[in-house]
Write a protein that binds this ligand. Structure first.
Ligand code: ADP
Ligand code: ZN
Length: 607
């Protein structure tokens, strides 16, 4: 039997296992069953791909998404691994060929859709060959609790009944308690081992910004930290998706829209371009998500608030699957809160569920307003404890000042009350600042005792205060009253001075923290190389990769990941021997590509 460690180096070009990979692989090689819960980008595929190459016989991978299957097969073929996919997109002749290869022992891995797997023909075919392992990817599809329930998954127990001696490995990135129990039960995996790898995504930097002038803020973020990178921007509505895509195009970026209102054909075309070209920004509703397996998405930006911590985690999790530096960026304002509450209220869900959804929203608001390390708050929500602040989020790098806002809160609450609990933030702020507007005059609100009592803060500062009051539940957004603010259930202790309030100082931070912010932005600005000529080399290597990818009609990252290119720039190999030491260069890629890339390095060296 080949040793896992050797396969890792020779085939994949990696030096060491990550996290629980080694333990999982050993467990499988010992003939055990397992359920693996590992976050996106954690390296789940290797957990079955390596046993597939160590064991005799074929590994059958059940995968629900054709696009994902294609990508995996393509990447494996690039590594010189004998893998193929079997699904409804193949012609009968093509499918026949794959089946031939299965029975004649010419494949190490076959990816099949659950429908195909469960056909009599396919099961009979498996009876005639030596099956090493069943890997069940996206295992949460077996559970009705999950959002991607696939009835065919329920029938996968057949595998165990028919092939009791073959080990089974189920894998998923999304499984809360009930889903986890469902998976174990419905796949009859109770006697298998459970591997839980945790939720932390250390390579993702978390940033939340107040939503005033969000486009300007986003553009600065893009230019400073991610110019030329691919990323995803999420919006709540289709029309905003279209607007923002157009706006980015006007700014000179390559941006594409994606939402459920577009034709299937156009959606597929845009998705394909996003995968195959570099530096494309996808502007989308959450319709864009399932099976987004592009490893080099460098940022996920939420222009509108996601609906819960779960959605936020899942959507931001599409960044940085390759483990390289990436950013989750979120712009957040009170207006969004109202919109989401409205979505919840008008849905047909039972009251109990509506209550749960409101609570989930509150948790998310708490995350947005936190003065603590964001990663700690995020992981805490998923039941994990991170002992130390992460030093890779905005609150860690730019500590937020807080201040005693008891009096400010009292002013804000009583002004909302005295104006009749039916006006929105901007109006109430105008009253607090004593603005001379016709609207205020027409309601006679310039005679209120709260008129003009808030001049110690700017408009921007007040907005931040109102956002935090909403997040704390001291004010609630009334949708029927068009976003009017009402007093929340626990306002009394604040108004009578029994409870003091701390606010984070968001807007108009001191000049010191502004300077600090600029500094961290600079530090996080795109990591260019120390030597300017290295930038040119990196670009030349990227061009070479793009050329090869185009020739073969595959996405560039299946040829080499960015990390391999950076490694080439850093170590500038002179020959095949040195090239073989690079990260992500196994034997097949060495043979196929070393000469092309060595030529580029040589040429840049002579310039
Ligand atoms: P998942 O399926 O869990 O989302 P993948 O299996 O696609 O994650 O792996 C994510 C990325 O990490 C891939 O680019 C893969 O090549 C890389 N990777 C996985 N394991 C290792 C390892 N041991 N060393 C280096 N890179 C790895
Ligand atoms: Zn942190």
């Amino acid at each position: 039997m080949r040793l896992p460690k050797e396969v890792l180096k020779e085939v994949f070009g990696f030096d060491s296992f990550r996290g629980l990979q080694k333990e999982i692989i050993e467990h499988i090689l010992d003939g055990g069953d397992a359920l693996v819960l590992m976050q996106t980008g954690g390296g789940k595929s290797l957990c079955y791909q390596i046993p597939a190459l160590c064991l005799n016989g074929i590994t059958v991978v059940v995968s629900p998404l054709i696009a994902l299957m294609r990508d995996q097969v393509e990447s494996l073929n690039q590594l010189g691994v004998r893998a193929a996919g079997l699904n409804s997109t193949l012609t009968p002749t093509e499918a026949n060929k794959v089946e031939q290869r299965i029975v004649s022992g010419q494949l190490d891995l076959v990816y099949v859709s659950p429908e195909r797997l469960l056909t009599k023909t396919f099961l009979d075919l498996l009876n005639r060959c030596d099956v090493a392992l069943f890997a069940i990817d996206e295992a949460h599809c077996v559970s009705q609790w999950g959002h991607d329930f696939r009835p065919e998954y329920l029938k996968l127990t057949t595998l165990h009944e028919r092939f009791p001696q073959v080990p089974r490995l189920a894998l998923t990135a999304t499984a809360d308690g009930p889903t986890r129990r469902d998976i174990l039960e419905r796949l009859s995996l109770q006697s298998g081992r459970l591997f839980v790898a945790g939720f932390n995504r250390p390579n993702i930097f978390y940033r939340v910004v107040p939503k005033d002038n969000p486009r300007k803020k986003f553009l600065r973020f893009l230019e400073n930290e991610h110019s030329g990178d691919s990323g995803i921007i999420y919006h709540l509505s289709r029309s905003k998706v279209e607007d923002t895509a157009q706006w980015l195009i006007d700014q000179g970026y390559t941006a594409l829209p994606y939402h459920a209102g577009m034709s299937k054909k156009l959606r597929e075309k845009n998705q394909d371009q996003f995968f195959k070209e570099e530096g494309v920004i996808m502007v989308a509703t959450i319709a864009f998500g399932m099976g987004i397996d592009k490893p080099d998405v460098r940022f996920v930006a939420h222009m509108d608030l996601p609906k819960s911590m779960e959605s936020y985690y899942q959507e931001t999790g599409r960044a940085g699957r390759d483990g390289e530096k990436s950013t989750a960026w979120l712009a957040y304002g009170v207006g969004d809160v109202g919109k989401i509450i409205n979505f919840i209220d008008i849905s047909d869900a039972p009251d109990e569920q509506k209550r749960v959804e409101r609570q989930k929203l509150e948790k998310l608001l708490g995350y947005c307003e936190t003065t603590q390390c964001r990663r700690q708050v995020l992981l805490e929500y998923f039941g994990e404890t991170l002992e130390q602040p992460c030093n890779n989020c905005d609150t860690c790098l730019e500590p937020v000042e807080s201040f005693d806002g008891t009096v400010a809160a009292q002013k804000a609450l009583s002004c909302a009350y005295r104006t009749g609990e039916r006006f929105g933030t901007m109006y109430i702020i105008d009253v607090l600042l004593g603005a001379k507007t016709e609207r205020i005059q027409s309601f006679d609100h310039h005679r209120l005792s709260t008129y003009g009592i808030g001049k110690e803060f700017s408009k921007e500062e007040w907005r931040s205060i109102f956002r935090q009051l909403v997040a704390m539940g001291l004010l609630t957004v009334d949708i029927e009253g068009h976003g009017g603010l009402r007093l929340g259930p626990n306002h009394r202790p604040v108004l009578v001075g029994e409870r003091s309030i701390q606010f984070r100082r968001d807007a108009g931070r001191t000049t010191l923290s502004k300077k600090k912010k600029r500094k961290t932005e600079k530090q996080r600005a795109k990591s260019t190389f120390d030597n300017p000529s290295d930038d040119a080399l990196f670009q030349a290597l990227r061009d070479c990769r793009m050329g090869l990818a185009k020739e073969q009609g595959v996405p560039p990252y299946v040829i080499f990941h960015d990390s391999a290119l950076s490694d080439m720039v850093q170590s500038k190999p002179h020959n095949i021997e040195e090239f073989s030491m690079l990260h992500g260069v196994g034997e097949a890629k060495l043979k196929r590509y070393a000469n092309d890339f060595l030529a580029v390095i040589l040429e840049e060296r002579q310039n």
